[in-house]
Design a protein around this ligand. Structure first.
Ligand SMILES: C[S@@+](CC[C@H](N)C(=O)[O-])C[C@H]1O[C@@H](n2cnc3c(N)ncnc32)[C@H](O)[C@@H]1O
Length: 223
């Protein structure tokens, strides 16, 4: 990737003025979007694989894993954990499947839409040890609040998966909003911190860092 990435541009200069109202609406109503069959199948298959390979291992979820580089690094860094990387893009995921035989045994890369996958994990009673959400699409325009994960109706359910939740972005307002939303819904402290990686964990982190962007992260210890 080239080191000439542009920073997200937005007319928004602080936490979105409608975020609190949106969160309260999402908490006060049940999100009923029907599950797509392919997500049901993907989730069931991934839970079966986990049951076969590492039934009692603590689970790490790498949501929006892209090409799965971070998932592979996490599986190597936590050999006693089982890592599931999820992305909706088959073409991104398949960039790693060529060398699948070399993938760590405690790793699974899954193609699914997280709007369903998170809810299906929740329905299955799954609890996470760690949860990574690295460089999600920022959707920085003012009118795109509901496209950001913390503005989406699935966000309260995603938080219920628990564990240590880490989100990173090159748009500080995304992380500030993420912290605001996580704190409002869980009462767990969350703080937007500047972040300088020793070594890039993902291709987007590498691209943004080598383009000279400041990076930010939130780490929330969920109940
Ligand atoms: C900006 S990329 C970041 C990828 C990777 N984490 C990285 O840092 O290199 C955002 C990723 O989120 C994925 N994504 C967006 N919405 C998704 C959804 N609803 N379900 C699953 N993946 C999604 C996209 O396919 C894309 O790979």
């Amino acid at each position: 990737m080239l080191a000439n990435s542009r920073l997200p541009t937005s007319a928004q200069t602080a936490i979105h003025e409608h975020l609190a109202t949106l969160l309260d609406r999402h908490v006060g109503s049940v999100f009923r979007k029907p599950y797509a069959d392919y997500n049901r199948a993907a989730c069931a298959a991934s839970l079966e694989r986990r049951e076969r390979v590492a039934p009692n291992s603590p689970l790490i979820l790498d949501s929006c894993c892209g090409v799965g580089e971070s998932s592979i690094a996490l599986a190597r860094a936590f050999p006693d954990h089982y890592v599931i990387g999820v992305d909706q893009s088959e073409s991104r995921l398949s960039r790693n499947t060529g060398g699948k035989s070399e993938l760590p045994p405690n790793l699974d890369l899954v193609r699914a839409d997280l709007v369903d996958y998170w809810r299906l994990l929740h329905d299955a009673g799954i609890r996470l040890e760690r949860h990574y959400l690295l460089y999600p699409n920022p959707w920085p325009k003012i009118g795109q609040l509901s496209r950001r994960w913390h503005g989406h109706p699935v966000f309260p359910i995603m938080l219920e998966l628990g564990g240590v939740l880490e989100c990173r972005s090159n748009w500080p307002i995304y992380i500030e909003e993420f912290c605001f939303a996580a704190e409002r819904l869980t009462q767990c402290p969350a703080e937007c911190q500047p972040y300088v990686p020793d070594q890039a964990l993902t291709p987007f982190e590498r691209k943004y860092f080598s383009s000279g962007h400041s990076l930010f992260r939130a780490i929330v210890q969920l109940p």
